[in-house]
Design a protein around this ligand. Structure first.
Ligand SMILES: [Zn+2]
Length: 256
């Protein structure tokens, strides 16, 4: 069994053929997934999906690119949703310095407020980091993230950064980019992450793994990520699947 820890099946790209997408995921033994909402429409859709499908769980938060749009009532709303038994994490949250829609100070404030909320409701967090590693690490430290832990989503950093994160109770999650032919560094880093700290994800519909790079991503393709990391670590696919699934169930406190 595989656990895709980061999907956006709540995106419009899946409106027309969601049932087929789910069918293909089941064929590849992708038996659980976390649907990530990061603004009003995607959170609403994630909550609909977890009511409809027993194998879907949700993470709710506010994306750093849109930090400037987050109002106090959004945070209150996220806190209310966190009480739902199938909401298993807060996020995705973090910092994104690639796009400049939201100024850095506002991103940082919205990030800090969400970590505090996660600690209040006692749920792990899901981190989005783009071109902002130093500030992300500083904030994680200052906000005592180790109390709840969480996931460095679609990790592409160095082993040193991975170690700092693991030291703060964070799991390291790899997606499609680890399968790219030219992804030398992510491959080296993935090979070094201990099995009890490793997670896999698609981030679908984005970041499609080889050999489907360029097409729409979907949860079935998390099997390519699993295959790649098993090969890098020199272990069997089944062993990689077993550990990453156990890690996800433990982090999200799912016991069925
Ligand atoms: Zn995402």
């Amino acid at each position: 069994m595989l656990f895709d820890t980061h999907v956006h099946l709540n995106a419009d790209q899946f409106n027309d053929d969601l049932e087929d997408v789910i069918e293909r995921a089941k064929e590849r033994n992708v038996e659980k997934m976390v649907v990530v909402g990061f603004d009003e429409p995607t959170i609403n859709r994630a909550m609909e999906l977890i009511e409809k499908y027993d194998f879907m769980y949700a993470s709710v938060g506010w994306h750093p690119v849109d930090a400037i749009d987050m109002k106090d009532e959004h945070l209150t709303w996220i806190e209310e949703l966190a009480a739902h038994p199938k909401v298993v994490a807060i996020g995705e949250m973090g910092l994104d310095y690639h796009w400049d829609k939201s100024p850095k100070d506002i991103q940082k404030e919205v990030f800090r407020r969400q970590i505090r909320l996660a600690r209040k409701v006692n749920l792990p967090i899901i981190i989005h980091n783009r071109d902002a590693t130093e500030d992300v690490i500083t904030i994680l430290k200052e906000e005592s993230v180790e109390e709840v832990g969480g996931i460095m989503h679609c990790f592409t950093g160095s082993i040193e950064v991975a170690k700092q994160c693991m030291g703060m109770n964070m799991y390291i999650s790899f997606g499609g980019p680890v399968t790219f032919k030219n992804a030398k560094k992510p491959k080296e880093v993935a090979a070094e992450i201990p099995l009890d700290k490793l997670l896999i994800e698609t981030d679908c519909p984005y970041l499609t793994p080889h050999p489907y790079r360029g097409k729409r991503n979907e949860p079935a393709y998390v099997s390519y990520v699993a295959e790649q990391i098993a090969e890098l670590k020199g272990i069997s696919y089944d062993e990689l699947a077993k550990h990453t699934t156990e890690n996800a169930l433990k982090l999200f406190r799912i016991n069925d």
